[in-house]
Write a protein that binds this ligand. Structure first.
Ligand code: SF4
Length: 458
């Protein structure tokens, strides 16, 4: 953790070495990654992670603001901590993340929950040591919100389960999809310099990482804010050139920014996972226009055709939302038609929910819940039927799987992902964890595959 304010870190360690913390994360991979940075900082300050808030010295909630329901969950959690704190007087409560970046939500928490000790945001995780020290000296809430992105948070190199790591490449979003709050909480797009990103990945490789996921709300518009222009495809080539990296993923993409240069990478870069998550949201041009997505279903089909021309077996996933204001039966049929034509390997499906502060929230023709639910079920049936066929197509094939860990539900098995991001379980072999391994697929279901390791014949 180069050039982070070590003086504050040491002072916190003097005061809190051995203290325990519970960190709860809500929301997306960006938040997951921010939580890893918070953990790395706390570990460096001598804190120890536990999972019982009744016993902890510090409870941190990393919040999400993407839907009202996400905020309600957080509010409930903060409320519960008030009672925990009555019994566990030394408990320090900290709240961070997207919800705290939103003034309305932050003010509500500060007015309603005086038992919260620290409030910080998505752009100043590196300030946590100072905030803990300030909070030690005060019995009022310490609030520190940075509206603009700070590169200092990137100096906290964190990793997950040994061989895999997320690496932020771009922050914020300029797209203003009408249902989304992210541009209001995470701010405008800012790209990290390629040098910064490569330095972090090289440090992670030295630390045993061989798989990276390049992260951003919209990675395809990487480089637009850089003085020396570097495109996302160029950055992928640079990361691909790093020795020790075996597999590269990236998320999240926006169809309006998928370039031919990026599509060509799927033919040029063998370490690039044979997988693309490309949120479509709807198959109806009227709904796409109302969502402010800046592409049509025809544009989207062209992209898919180009991708499959370069990698016919590319694995595709997407995000689809039903029940957007004004969505008619015909619009929904267009969505089902698009799903049948693209045939996704998997899809993340959502029911539109109103989000205060977004343009869609004040739109007319909000769709009744009963219709949303009925469409959602029909969408699931369509998506899962195709997904099952896609998983069955791999039975009998040999796939390169990067195993992560012991399987969650069976410790005689281990689990990992194919290059197409499909989940595979195989008999546990400690030597194969973190290594690309040829696996003969012997069976599975709609959501995962089973297989046997193919041992090299002498
Ligand atoms: S691209 Fe749209 S949905 Fe994604 S974060 Fe940006 S505004 Fe939200």
């Amino acid at each position: 953790m180069q050039d982070l304010n070590t003086e504050f870190i040491e002072r916190v360690r003097d005061m809190h070495e051995g203290d325990t913390y519970v960190l709860t994360t809500h929301g997306c991979q960006m938040n997951e990654h921010d939580s890893e940075k918070i953990k790395t900082l706390l570990d460096t300050m001598g804190f120890r992670e536990i999972d019982d808030e009744n016993e902890a010295d510090l409870a941190i909630i990393n919040t999400c603001s993407v839907r009202h329901s996400a905020e309600d969950k957080v509010i409930g959690h903060i409320g519960r901590l008030k009672h925990v704190k009555k019994k566990n007087k030394d408990l320090k409560v900290a709240v961070c993340g997207c919800m705290m970046q939103r003034k309305e939500s932050r003010d509500y928490v500060l007015e309603t929950f005086p038992h919260v000790d620290i409030v910080f945001g998505t752009n100043n995780i590196h300030r946590l040591p100072q905030l803990i020290l300030e909070s030690d000296d005060r019995n009022t809430t310490v609030v520190d919100i940075e509206q603009s992105y700070s590169n200092l948070d990137n100096r906290i190199f964190s990793k997950v389960d040994g061989h895999s790591a997320y690496v932020n490449i771009i922050y914020g979003c300029n797209n203003f999809c009408t249902y989304c709050i992210v541009p209001y909480t995470r701010g405008r797009e800012i790209s990290r310099s390629p040098e910064d990103i490569l330095e972090e990945i090289e440090a992670l490789v030295e630390d045993g990482v061989n798989e990276v996921t390049l992260l951003g709300q919209n990675v395809n518009s990487y480089g637009k804010t850089l003085e020396e222009k570097t495109t996302f495809a160029e950055l992928l080539h640079m990361v691909h050139a790093i020795d020790g990296i075996d597999r590269i993923h990236f998320t999240t993409s926006h169809p309006k920014d998928v370039s031919d240069e990026l599509i060509a990478c799927y033919g040029e870069l063998p370490k690039l996972a044979n997988y693309l998550h490309l949120p479509v949201q709807s198959g109806s041009n009227d709904v796409l226009r109302a969502m402010n997505r800046h592409y049509t279903r025809e544009d989207y089909f062209k992209l898919i055709d180009k991708l499959r021309a370069v990698r016919p077996d590319i694995s595709l996933s997407t995000d689809i939302m039903v029940g957007f204001p004004g969505e008619t039966d015909e619009d929904f049929e267009d969505t089902l038609d698009l799903v049948r034509r693209v045939r996704y390997d998997n899809a993340f499906t959502f029911i539109y929910s109103r989000r205060e502060g977004t343009r869609a929230d004040v739109m007319e023709n909000q769709v009744p819940k009963s219709i949303k639910d009925e469409r959602f079920q029909r969408l699931l049936d369509e998506v899962y039927a195709i997904q099952r066929e896609k998983y069955e197509e791999l039975h009998g094939t040999v796939q390169d799987v990067l195993f992560d860990s012991i399987s969650k539900n069976d410790d005689s098995m281990m689990s990992g992902r194919t290059s197409g991001f499909k989940l595979v379980h195989a008999p546990y072999d400690a030597d194969r964890i973190g290594k690309l391994t040829p696996v003969k697929i012997t069976g599975g279901n709609t959501f995962s595959l089973r297989g046997e390791i193919v041992h090299a014949t002498k």
